[in-house]
Design a protein around this ligand. Structure first.
Ligand code: DAH
Length: 347
């Protein structure tokens, strides 16, 4: 039998090989027991130390301890490897696969168009203003110089309401003070001018209501954008240039604009704005009427306390749905309100 010291190294090598080859934690535990456990070979070697001559003991003890330490290290390393293997998923992740697309929410097409229009006007110094949808007759009609017998005030067109609790409508000179759902965003012109001195440069996107039956081009509620510009020396030329700028930003460089004389009680002179581009002509039309506008009527300035001798201004209003339909080639306005995801997903 070889001497004790000579046995250490070969045993250590055999133990290391076995520990490193352990296929799983159970095999590793078994190998640990076999070599460095209480009944293990190295423990047995330690016990044999006593049989050695005195002068050989220190070197042999040291060698056994060093071998055991190496085995402990190998054991811990293999345990770490096996733990990692156990944590690995049964089917490994293929990092070269394309990612999964997460469905993203979108803005409603009307919101997108509104935001685009607002962005264009902001570029040229307009700010967004807001006003109530539940309005009184004075702000919706009287202050805008729309007399009580004007067809716009016919119950056919307007949703009238009972007065909200505690509400006091401003005296309406030509009619009993009534409450209604605003029929246009022009009411906000009055509210803004009442609340601040000129100059004014605002746009007002908002919802309006009319007693129309829903069909392909009408809906009892829809959206408008109102614009109002008040300063000294404001001209129709400013108005036309502004409208042209915004529509070209919105619908492309080939857009053409035409002003046609019209009547609105709150502007004088008044115009309807006709619009055309390649798309309109493809629809077989020459011009499409798209907005109303004009120079603010001095009577309106007087109603809000602006001096018409000093201040001039223009205003316009147009339907957002109309623009969106034109922009996207939509032929039925009701699609905007149905919230059918197959429709909405396209924008
Ligand atoms: N309020 C009008 C409508 O609802 C649109 C309009 C026309 C607004 C002329 C204006 C304007 O500010 O000056 O049809």
């Amino acid at each position: 039998m070889a001497g004790l010291i000579e046995q250490i190294e070969p045993l250590k090598q055999a133990a290391l090989t076995e520990l490193r080859a352990a296929a799983d934690l159970a095999a590793l535990e078994q190998a640990k027991g076999k070599w460095i456990g209480a009944q293990g070979r190295f423990t047995a070697l330690m016990k044999q130390l006593g049989t050695l001559p005195k002068e050989e003991k220190p070197a042999a003890g040291k060698a056994i301890n060093a071998a055991k330490a190496a085995l402990e290290t190998a054991l811990a390393e293999r345990r770490g490897e096996l733990d990692l293997l156990a944590a690995r998923p049964a089917t490994p992740t293929d990092f070269t696969l394309p990612g999964r697309r997460r469905p993203l929410g979108k803005l409603h097409p009307l919101t997108q168009v509104t935001e685009d229009i607002v962005r264009s006007f902001r570029k040229i110094g307009f700010v967004v203003a807001d006003g109530p949808e539940i309005e009184d007759e004075y702000h919706c009609f009287d202050a805008l110089n729309t007399p009580a017998d004007h067809p716009a005030r016919d119950t056919q067109d307007t949703f009238y309401l009972a007065a909200p609790a505690g509400a006091v409508a401003p005296a309406s000179p030509a009619s009993t003070p009534g409450w209604l759902l605003r029929t246009h965003t022009s009411s906000v012109q009055i509210r803004v001018m009442e609340s601040q001195p000129p100059p004014v440069r605002i746009i007002v996107p908002g919802r309006v209501y009319r007693r129309d039956n829903a069909d392909a081009t009408h809906n009892p509620t829809f959206h408008q954008i109102e614009g109002l510009y008040v300063d000294q020396g404001v001209t129709v030329g400013d108005l036309k240039g502004t409208v042209e700028f915004v529509f070209r930003e919105l619908m492309g460089r080939d857009v053409q604009i035409r002003f046609r004389p019209h009547y609105f009680s709150y502007t004088e002179p008044s115009y309807e704005i006709d619009f055309t581009n390649a798309l309109v002509r493809k629809m077989g039309k020459e011009w499409l009427e798209i907005a109303g506008c004009g120079m603010v009527n001095p009577i309106v300035f007087e109603n809000v306390g602006y001096d018409p001798e000093i201040w001039t201004g223009w205003a316009f209003g147009f339907g957002i749905e109309r623009i969106a339909m034109l922009r996207y080639g939509i032929t039925d306005i009701r699609l905007f309100y149905e919230n059918d995801v197959r429709f909405l997903r396209q924008f």
